[in-house]
Design a protein around this ligand. Structure first.
Ligand SMILES: [Zn+2]
Length: 194
């Protein structure tokens, strides 16, 4: 891939709700995140309230890439294959045209208004997840943040084997975001930043 790396300052929606500042440490190994291009992922699960215009955070965490890779490795082969199949089907449905992000006119609210996988609107959901990747104090746009809607969450959870689910339960209930090899499938071939 010869895509240039695009990054932006961390938008407030990815701040920790607890401190109202960017996440400072990995929630697993406590590594400091905001320096030296340390790669990490932030994930939040949000809940909407019917008839109200706000959402509240159910859980949030930051995890450094080393810990993230370790957790991904604990997934069973079977789970990984099922998820890859799911992503493959989703990308086939989306068609061959690439996703184009115009960084001069990028509208984050609009980009994050729908489930990346199923395309349904978050305003119609009870619950959804938001996942984004960072390097130190920058949000990486080459793997842009995505919304995982409740339908997609349910489908992915069903694809995970019991073994994988058990292993992940100590840390969280569900899926931890795209594995590196799956990321390539989601973003690598189909995303163009201009
Ligand atoms: Zn860590």
């Amino acid at each position: 891939m010869n895509n240039k790396e695009f990054s932006i300052a961390i938008p407030q929606r990815f701040f920790s709700d607890v401190s109202d500042e960017p996440f400072e440490n990995c929630n697993v190994c406590n590594k400091y995140l905001l320096e030296n291009d340390v790669p990490y992922v932030v994930e939040k699960a949000l809940r909407n309230y019917e008839g109200h215009d706000f959402s509240s955070t159910i859980y949030e965490f930051a995890i450094c890439q080393d810990c993230h890779t370790k957790m991904q490795k604990s997934m069973s082969e079977e789970s990984l294959q099922s998820l890859q199949k799911y992503y493959g089907e989703v990308m086939t449905k989306k068609g061959p045209q690439p996703i184009v992000l115009d960084m001069n006119n990028f509208d984050m609210d609009n980009w994050l208004s729908k489930c990346f996988f199923e395309g349904n609107e978050i305003s119609d959901m009870k619950e959804y997840q938001i996942v984004a990747q960072f390097k130190g104090p920058q949000l990486i746009m080459n793997t842009p943040p995505i919304i995982i809607g409740e339908t997609a969450m349910k489908q992915m959870a069903e694809l995970l084997s019991e073994k994988t689910t058990d292993e992940m339960n100590g840390f969280r209930d569900q899926f931890l975001g795209p594995a590196p090899e799956i990321e390539e499938l989601i973003y690598g071939k189909k995303l163009i930043l201009i």
